[in-house]
Design a protein around this ligand. Structure first.
Ligand SMILES: Nc1ncnc2c1ncn2[C@@H]1O[C@H](COP(=O)(O)OP(=O)(O)OP(=O)(O)O)[C@@H](O)[C@H]1O
Ligand SMILES: [Mg+2]
Length: 354
């Protein structure tokens, strides 16, 4: 029988496959003590009934920003102080407007009567709740928010609070309106990429949680680590470990062998498997042009794009470049040379290109 053969009991290579989820927050978060402490320091005054400081957390994908922030939040929730303040964690990729942010906040503190209410009415409820005790707000992927009115309102109308804004883009803060920036005045917390050795240690910890002992051969594990180390993204390593495990199980192998990892690498998309963001047609053409040249100045690439029948003005092209860069398809670097400032664009390599 198909399913009987496929689902034979006790044969899983995984002990806890869930431990390979990118959202899983490990008990220990090595190499990020300093950053966790910096976030906690910003929050501390709120626990003492005072106004807290705000934090601007930035760094490349897959290097523990979300994990560190969630770790601090969980630690606070489980501490004696968790009851003293309102705690919120929101992802602005999912909650990308002020209205959605407010509805989600109400949901998080258990207020269900949000239907037919306007943003202002919801904010009044949030304000009343948060001004009783003080509040901590973590806005992850904050650059994906379509408007930042909620940030302004929280800064203006909640007395004792700490806002933690997380993004991949260190320059995002400069795109904020002055009235918001001058109220935010955040502490900058920059996350640097892990070294290959650090990446390996992190993956080792997850391996032990996720797989039954010795299920992954040392050679297979090394290949996953090398791949993750090359793109400095722990998420890539986690994804590879899980996919290799699944492939090994599909082949009824008792161990995850290098061939399974190699198959998993071949299936990897050209970018960090972070968000399945389907590309729109016009973006596809922009990406094709960049890939054909591998790298180049933004102006030259725009000319090539036009020559291929690309539509839209330079500004629209720039927006597409920004979006491709955010999704990890390309990297963008501002350079200054004798001719002035220019932006260099480079296609992100596939892991299989290494
Ligand atoms: N120091 C660490 N110890 C253990 N696991 C870690 C550590 N750093 C990152 N991870 C794990 O790596 C994965 C990616 O980390 P995380 O989601 O925090 O990345 P991120 O910096 O928020 O990336 P992005 O900007 O793409 O959202 C998560 O599963 C996380 O648990
Ligand atoms: Mg994140």
């Amino acid at each position: 029988m198909l399913f009987d053969d496929m689902l034979k009991a006790d044969e899983s290579l995984f002990k806890n496959e869930h431990a390979l989820d990118p959202e899983w927050v490990p008990k220990l978060l090595p190499f990020r003590d300093h950053h966790q402490r910096a976030i906690a320091d910003c929050i501390k005054p709120v626990l003492l009934g005072r106004n807290g400081r705000n934090a601007f957390v930035s760094g490349a994908p897959g290097i523990g920003k979300t994990a560190a922030a969630r770790w601090v939040l969980r630690d606070l929730e489980e501490s004696d102080h968790g009851e003293k303040v309102e705690l919120f964690y929101l992802n602005c990729w999912q909650k990308n407007t002020t209205f959605k942010v407010y509805v989600e906040m109400c949901a998080q503190f258990g207020y269900a009567f949000t239907q037919n209410k306007k943003s202002e009415e919801l904010f009044d409820i949030i304000k009343e709740k948060c001004n009783k005790r003080g509040a901590v707000f973590i806005f992850d992927e904050v650059d994906k928010a379509e408007d930042t009115d909620f940030i302004y309102s929280l800064l203006n109308d909640i007395f004792n609070k700490s806002l933690v804004l997380i993004t991949n883009e260190p320059d995002w803060i400069n795109t904020m309106e002055d009235r918001v920036k001058s109220r935010l005045l955040p502490e900058t917390i920059s996350f640097k990429a892990y070294t290959p050795e650090e990446t390996k240690q992190i993956l080792k910890q997850r391996l032990e949680f996720a797989f039954v002992p010795d299920a992954v051969t040392p050679e297979s594990f090394d290949i996953c680590c090398t791949a993750a180390g090359k793109v400095s993204d722990v998420r890539v390593g986690l994804h590879l470990l899980r996919q290799s495990g699944l492939i090994a199980e599909d082949e009824s192998s008792k161990k995850v062998l290098p061939t399974h990892v190699e198959k998993a690498i071949l299936k990897l998309p050209a970018f960090s498997p972070k968000k399945p963001e389907a590309l729109e047609e016009d973006q596809k053409l922009v990406l094709e042009v960049i890939k054909a040249k591998e790298h180049g100045k933004i102006g030259d690439l725009f000319d090539a794009y036009k020559a291929k029948g690309g539509e839209g003005q330079y500004k629209t092209f720039q927006r597409r470049i920004d979006s491709l860069s955010r999704s990890g398809y390309i990297s963008v670097e501002k350079v200054t040379n004798r001719e002035g400032n220019t932006t260099m664009i480079r296609a992100t390599k596939k892991l299989t290109d290494y």
